[in-house]
Design a protein around this ligand. Structure first.
Ligand code: IPE
Ligand code: IPE
Ligand code: MG
Length: 222
């Protein structure tokens, strides 16, 4: 089972408390660590977390910088713990444009955790669904391939072996996809949760999984 989460609402969570937006992101990162533990307990095989989108560069530079620092700190601080817990970490996104420090941590954490197999944590960072599709198309053109089918196209996605999400959860009450996993969510079930991401708890995850289990997936059939 693959659950993908659009972790939204950190800024509003902070604003409601009279705190700077970055405090919301700090809380959000703590919640991200927790959700991976809960997911492993609940026997989820893959969890993908949307941490920074290709559109998030539009934010004030101070906030962007903070999110980059948070990404680096999150990984450095938690890598041993994640290894103890059997978490394989993969980063998914466009490498171009990211600072070298991020790219180094990206490669390092994937190498460090490559043999873990209890759960795979995919962190979508500098990720955009359109960017991913365009990057795939450009690789295909460069390879001078002139016809592709779905199976071949998948091989050009950022993480070809990643199965499509069964369930996508978005917090904060917004009901949109915001350029997340466009190719992969063709038949995913969608669940929107009103709570802001820092308030999301294990019961919310369990509730979403129960709701998912009641859905009838037809994939176009009857
Ligand atoms: C989600 O929280 C985290 C990122 C996009 C990095 P937001 O920062 O979007 O919080 P809101 O939507 O402004 O409340
Ligand atoms: C989506 O949230 C991106 C992440 C959670 C990283 P946004 O807050 O950027 O989305 P919009 O702008 O509300 O659509
Ligand atoms: Mg938001």
């Amino acid at each position: 089972m693959h659950v993908a989460i659009i972790m939204d609402g950190n800024g509003r969570w902070a604003k409601e408390r009279g705190l700077p937006r970055i405090e919301g992101h700090r809380k959000g990162a703590e919640k991200a660590e927790k959700v991976v533990e809960w997911a492993a307990d609940l026997n989820i095989d893959y969890i993908t977390l949307y941490a920074f989108s290709t559109e998030n560069w539009k934010r004030p530079w101070d906030e962007v910088k903070f999110l980059f620092t948070l990404f680096v700190d999150f990984i450095k601080k938690r890598v041993n713990r994640m290894k103890d817990e059997g978490v394989k970490v993969k980063i998914m996104g466009r490498r171009e444009g990211l600072p070298q420090e991020i790219l180094d941590v990206w490669d390092w954490v994937e190498e460090e955790t490559k043999n873990e197999e209890r759960i795979t944590l995919v962190i979508a960072f500098n990720y955009g669904g359109r960017a991913e599709i365009l990057d795939a198309v450009n690789k295909i053109i460069k390879g001078k391939i002139d016809v592709v089918d779905e199976k071949t196209f998948r091989k050009y996605l950022y993480i070809p072996e990643l199965p499509d999400p069964d369930l996508v959860i978005r917090t904060s009450g917004e009901m949109r996809i915001s350029n997340f996993l466009l190719w992969q969510i063709a038949y995913s079930e969608l669940i929107f949760v009103k709570k802001y991401w820092p308030d999301f708890d294990k019961e919310d995850l369990k509730f979403a999984l129960e709701e998912f289990s009641r859905r009838q997936r037809r994939f176009g059939g009857i």
